[in-house]
Design a protein around this ligand. Structure first.
Ligand SMILES: Cc1ncc(COP(=O)(O)O)c(C=O)c1O
Ligand SMILES: N[C@@H](CCOP(=O)(O)O)C(=O)O
Length: 462
């Protein structure tokens, strides 16, 4: 299996090299050259398997000869051993035909753990075998950062540097990033919003001298391995609901487009997914784009679902690559236009996107009302991101096709919003009960590439 860049000008890499490289050297994102196909019989054979067994079968065709079967199976088992639910990604019924896929039973209480716990294992295995060391830099609107720190804290072969937007993550998210004591963890509070963090991260990858000097690696969904690990729960959920005999739709609270892109890959592999619904908060660039064809950035408005406060949605580039028939030059041109504020998707590409994706937007009030209503009607307490998903799914779903809404984080990560909706502050799990008593370690940084690179050089030299 070989990996190519969405901009067509970077070296073609193996799974392992693409995983360790992060952003392609032409600024694009790695994608598999071909998508492995699952027949109805292959999907039927997943019935009754554990989450780990399903993960092995779904991901194995993408990893080529980077890991032996035995090693890959072991790493998967280790990755999910620390999850707090035997099913790993349990399904709950909210209403007839509407299900919630709970993705928050991992160590940091968000869906990011599904990929990050596995990537931590894969990096450790590959770097130890190669005798190499890397500097992981990650950009976060709150959840990627804590999941990355949890997965890489204390590992010898890795420094992990996380950029988060100062004052724009929840207090629980911030403390998850600033309280770990390991010397290889560096939390940096950047003066700006998430898009600034992600832009500076991509600038670092495009500064080849710096990139090679620190041996830069990325664990945002820039990294194909992140997307791949998220494909698995689309399979596990659809199979539980009767695939391949029954079609299923998914609604996905969306920001950087990584999670829903994983659903798109599952569909392209042959999983009978009917619709993939992009659910956005008031930062609705993706909904506007799918509605009008114009992908035009505007100011980011802080919301009660802060992890989705994103305007430049990184993985949309991967969807555009397919929608433009894998024309890397066309994608590179769009990304150049994006630097000046936006672009228009061609009619053909827009039609291709609409054949797969629907979209909807939810206001702040509706998000709060959805948390209140869902708790009263079903007993399920939603985080504000999951509530955005449930609100859009309720408005759009076709009663003839089961709908699965992804519950992307635990409500206790966003206690202020949940308290506004329900009058109660959800408690953190016992193992995190002292989070607010632990001392914090964080460095404020300007939104400035040179200053950031200097700081990172200093930190990893210590
Ligand atoms: C809780 C939560 N929900 C939804 C999202 C959006 O997911 P994606 O960026 O993959 O679209 C994020 C951030 O990634 C998140 O942390
Ligand atoms: N919402 C994310 C933003 C980064 O997304 P990623 O999937 O590209 O890592 C976060 O919580 O940090």
């Amino acid at each position: 299996m070989r990996y190519i860049s969405t901009r067509g000008q970077a070296p073609v890499l193996s799974f392992e090299d693409a995983m360790l490289s992060g952003l392609a050297r032409d600024g694009g994102l790695y994608v598999p050259e071909t998508i492995p196909q699952f027949s109805a019989e292959d999907i039927r054979a997943l019935h009754g398997l554990s989450y780990e067994e399903t993960a092995f079968r779904v991901m194995r065709p993408f990893t080529g000869d980077s890991f032996t079967d035995e090693t890959f199976g072991d790493l998967i088992s280790r990755a999910y051993a620390g999850f707090g639910h035997a099913a790993r990604a349990p399904l709950k019924q909210l209403a007839p035909g509407h299900f919630l896929l709970e993705l928050f039973h991992g160590p940091t209480l968000a869906f990011k753990d599904f990929a990050m716990q596995l990537i931590g294992q894969l990096f450790q295995e590959a770097l130890t075998r190669r005798g190499e060391r890397v500097t992981i830099v990650g950009a976060t609107s709150g959840d990627t950062g804590s999941a990355a720190i949890e997965a890489f804290r204390g590992l010898d072969a890795v420094d992990v540097v996380i950029l988060f937007p100062h004052g724009r993550v929840s207090e629980v998210q911030r403390r998850q990033m600033t309280t770990p004591v390991e010397a290889n963890v560096h939390a940096l509070a950047l003066e700006g919003h998430f898009d600034d963090c992600q832009a500076r991260l991509k600038d670092m990858f495009n500064d080849f001298a710096f990139r090679d000097e620190v041996r830069l690696a990325g664990v945002n969904s820039i990294n194909w391995a992140r997307v791949l690990a998220q494909v698995v729960y689309y399979f596990s959920a659809a199979v539980s609901l009767g695939a391949p005999e029954r079609r299923v739709s998914f609604t996905v609270p969306t920001g950087n487009f990584g999670d829903i892109f994983a659903g798109y890959i599952a569909k392209r592999m042959g999983l009978p997914i009917d619709r993939l619904v992009v659910a956005t908060n008031q930062n609705d660039i993706l909904h506007r784009c799918l509605t009008s064809g114009g992908y035009v950035t505007s100011e980011v408005h802080p919301s009660i679902s802060p992890s989705m406060d994103i305007q430049v949605s990184s993985n949309f580039e991967r969807a555009l690559f397919d929608a433009y028939d894998r024309d890397g030059a066309a994608v590179a041109q769009l990304m150049t236009e994006l630097k000046s504020g936006g672009f228009h998707v061609s009619q053909g590409a827009l039609q291709a996107l609409r054949e797969v994706f629907d979209s909807g937007r939810t206001s702040e009030d509706d998000t709060l009302a959805t948390i209140t209503r869902t708790l009263t009607q079903t007993g399920e307490l939603l985080c504000p991101h999951s509530a955005v998903g449930v609100a859009v799914a309720e408005a759009q779903r076709d009663p003839a096709v089961p709908m699965v809404t992804l519950a992307t984080a635990h409500p206790a990560k966003f206690p202020d919003a949940v308290e506004r909706a329900t009058g109660h502050r959800p408690a953190l799990p016992e193992r995190m009960a002292d989070l607010f008593d632990r001392p914090e370690r964080v460095t404020p940084v300007a939104n400035d590439l040179a200053a950031l690179e200097t700081l990172i050089r200093e930190r990893i030299a210590q």
